[in-house]
Write a protein that binds this ligand. Structure first.
Ligand code: UD1
Length: 421
């Protein structure tokens, strides 16, 4: 067990580089199962979710070579085993992409129910509906999901009840190897969905319309290895933008994509922070004097305000002037971190999916516990803002999705230490 010790009160300043996107990498790595050939993947974040997925692929027979911290070569030509190790799969949400990738590659898949962050029921009925439309028979039994398409997969038109990121990605993976054309209607539009589509296309597949709500996949095309670089992480970028504003800092965030950040940028500007996107195409500068107005937030699928930034943003709002209202429309249990913020002096009321936050003049450090990945990042921001020392427990959640967060924050002047808990 690891904890962070954060001494609050330092203004973050300087520049920081953004890592590759976690949610893109965890889709792209299983997608390499779709080809016999070597995929060279650059800008892969060095995070524990990625390390777990690589271990799973290795266990299935993939040959993986690492070049430096962030470049991998994956060769799945010799993968014959479609059963991923259960104990590893249960530890990561994105392991459900193995179902789509295995179904595409082998015509059958057997994968343990995925683990990952617990903020509600997180059903996968839309994934299953998609696989069934493509011709698979899907069953769940004693914690395992089995899918089988003895007569092969065929293209289909699939309407998603909600623009689920996971279902869109899983269907894209399986449909790439199906015979004929597949259309996903009401698809997710998140940047990592577009990134996966670009990766599939680089391998010879044909995915069109990613980034809009209708995605068309021409299945069964000849595919081959490729070289590809993962996009910058939208949520890491947003977390650091919020941390800059929260500490009255002045931070230049490099290697980011400002177009992915529009919802957050709009809200930071509304609060009174300064956000400049004009300095080169891939950098964002955030400055603030800490005098923030309250704002309301409603989480929505992309390009709306991302649920993954709701938790860090709610911490920034905890010291903004006035009352802010957060409406969490994506997940039903994503306010657990506010209980920890209350221990630091924050004032909030939670009513189902609505949180009402009364701004207080300051937070005060105390021991707090992360309940999931983004909650952990939110508590780090709270620790940086607070007076005194904050001990943050359950840092393993943060390690799932942020590449060496404490090193990046320290390079900006933060006083943060990683210690055994
Ligand atoms: C992905 C992201 C996660 C992010 C979330 C929303 C990855 C690995 N994770 O999670 O970081 O918070 O998108 O942007 O990319 N739903 C169903 N049935 C389904 C699928 C989803 O009811 O079959 C519901 C979910 O319970 C949730 C909503 O749809 O209420 C959105 O979920 P989804 O977009 O699928 O999120 P994930 O893929 O789990």
């Amino acid at each position: 067990m690891i904890k962070y010790i954060v001494q609050g009160g330092t203004r973050l300043s300087g520049h920081v580089n953004i890592s590759g996107a976690k949610n893109a990498a965890v889709a792209i790595l299983p997608a390499s199962l779709l080809v016999d050939g070597v995929c060279r993947i650059e800008n892969v974040p060095d995070i524990s979710d990625v390390r777990l997925l690589l271990e799973i692929l290795r266990n299935m027979g993939a040959n993986i070579r690492r070049f430096g911290r962030n470049t991998l070569e994956i060769d799945c030509s010799h993968v014959r085993n479609a059963t991923a190790p259960i104990d590893l799969v249960r530890r990561i949400r994105a392991s459900y992409y193995l179902i789509g990738a295995e179904l595409g590659r082998f015509g059958h898949a057997r994968v343990a129910m995925p683990g990952g962050c617990n903020f509600g029921v997180r059903p996968i009925d839309q994934h299953i509906k998609g696989f069934e439309a493509l011709g698979a028979k899907v069953s769940t039994d004693r914690g395992m999901i089995s899918a089988e398409a003895p007569d092969g997969l065929h293209g289909a038109e699939i309407y998603l009840d909600m623009p689920s990121v996971g279902a869109t990605i899983n269907i894209m993976l399986a449909a790439t190897k199906a015979q004929g054309n597949t259309t996903i209607v009401n698809a997710g539009k998140e940047p990592h969905i577009v990134d996966l589509a670009n990766f599939i296309n680089a391998m010879g597949g044909s995915v069109k319309g990613a980034g809009t709500d209708t995605i068309r996949i021409r299945g069964g095309r000849p595919m081959h290895g490729c070289t590809y670089a993962v996009i910058p992480d939208q949520i890491e970028t947003g977390t650091l933008m919020i941390a800059a504003a929260a500490t009255r800092g002045d931070v230049l965030i490099r290697g980011a994509l400002p177009t992915h950040m529009e919802a957050l940028t709009a809200k930071l500007l509304e609060m009174g922070a300064h956000v400049d996107e004009g300095i080169g195409e891939d950098s964002i500068r955030v400055r603030s004097d800490g005098n923030h107005r309250h704002v309301n937030i409603k989480t929505l699928p992309y390009p709306g305000f991302p649920t993954d930034l709701q938790q860090p943003m709610s911490v920034l709002l905890s010291t903004a002037r006035g009352t802010s209202i957060i409406n969490e429309t994506i997940f039903e249990m994503r306010f657990k971190h506010l209980e920890e913020i209350r221990r630091m002096g924050g004032i909030s009321q939670i009513n189902d999916r609505i949180a009402i936050i009364e701004g207080v003049p300051k937070l005060v450090g105390c021991p707090v516990t992360a309940t999931d990945l983004r909650a952990g990042a939110a508590l780090v921001i709270a620790g940086l803002m607070a007076e005194g020392v904050t001990d943050i427990y359950n840092v393993h959640f943060i390690d799932r999705g942020y590449e060496h967060l404490e090193d990046k924050l320290r390079s900006l002047g933060a006083q943060i230490e990683r210690l055994p808990a």
